[in-house]
Design a protein around this ligand. Structure first.
Ligand SMILES: NC(=O)c1ccc[n+]([C@@H]2O[C@H](COP(=O)([O-])OP(=O)(O)OC[C@H]3O[C@@H](n4cnc5c(N)ncnc54)[C@H](OP(=O)(O)O)[C@@H]3O)[C@@H](O)[C@H]2O)c1
Length: 249
């Protein structure tokens, strides 16, 4: 029996991950704000044989998130894999300026949301001495873009590194995933050409494999690894020009 909890499971990578894991003997906990979208994903997963609990909640609500986690733990009697996937981008700016609340909301969902979810599961995985703790960062963590998105994703990396150092063992693993561009609601509105973009189902398959292989850090698709190394070597002036041409994954 596999017990998996995924935040941001109503669309994109989270929904694709839910379907990638769904099978006979799998218990899924799916959290997001949109009930109708979560119900659609749950129905598809049930068709594949999974038992599914849906949690309509906002990851910025600490009490509600903890209650959802406690409910799932009660039903599933433990956890094997928790995936902190819920995330938002900064969106477009007005004349290059972002509103303070917009920036703070990105940090609240992308960083504090990861803390809320992972910290709620930590006592259980530590007691079990077993578990796969997963968070979704981005290649943007290594390529500071306008707004708070890159800052949020480097914070996710740092949090996961800290947890791994403190609690990581062979059986209790912490995997940070760094996708490049993936087809989802988040990228659907991008007007620029997104290099090396892959479907969410392909991304989900790569992510599940990396989690099962206990990878600490996994950037995909592969092409982004040499690309990111090369970008680190570019002078700041050239990077700034590149950034003003492209806005995000
Ligand atoms: N797509 C890419 O190219 C790409 C690249 C690198 C990293 N990522 C990361 O991958 C993750 C998934 O993104 P995606 O591309 O799949 O985008 P998406 O399709 O927009 O999915 C985002 C998910 O997060 C949920 N969510 C957003 N705010 C939430 C909140 N306050 N509380 C609870 N759930 C919330 C959304 O559900 P509701 O709206 O129903 O709440 C949705 O299920 C994010 O962390 C993103 O930063 C994506």
């Amino acid at each position: 029996m596999q017990r998996i909890f995924i935040s941001g499971a109503s669309s994109g990578l989270g929904a694709a991950l839910a379907q990638e894991y769904a099978a006979e003997g799998v218990i899924l906990g799916l959290l997001a704000r949109r009930k109708n979208r979560l119900s659609e994903v749950a129905a598809a997963c049930r068709k594949q044989g999974a038992i599914v609990y849906i949690y309509v909640a906002d990851i910025t609500d600490t009490d509600k998130t903890e209650k959802c986690v406690q409910d799932f733990l009660r039903h599933a009697k433990g956890i094997d894999t928790v995936i902190a996937n819920a995330g938002i981008s900064t969106g477009s700016s007005k004349g290059g300026m972002y509103d303070t609340r917009t920036l703070l909301n990105v940090i609240d969902v992308n960083v504090s949301g990861v803390i809320r979810l992972v910290n709620s599961f930590l006592p259980t995985v530590i007691e079990q001495k077993y578990g796969r703790v997963v968070a979704i960062s981005s290649v943007a963590a290594f390529f500071p873009l306008p707004g708070a998105y890159s800052a949020s994703k480097i914070a996710v990396k740092s949090l996961m590194d800290s947890w791994r150092r403190q609690y990581g063992t062979r059986d209790l693993t912490f995997t940070t995933l760094y996708p490049g561009f993936v087809e989802s609601e988040m990228t659907a509105g991008n007007s620029f050409k997104m290099p090396f973009i892959i479907p969410a189902s392909q991304a989900a398959h790569l992510m599940k494999t990396a989690i099962e292989k206990r990878r600490s850090n996994y950037m995909f698709p592969f092409i982004w690894r040499p690309l990111m190394l090369a970008l680190q070597l570019l002078p700041e002036s050239l990077l700034a020009k590149l950034i003003t041409r492209r806005k995000k994954p």
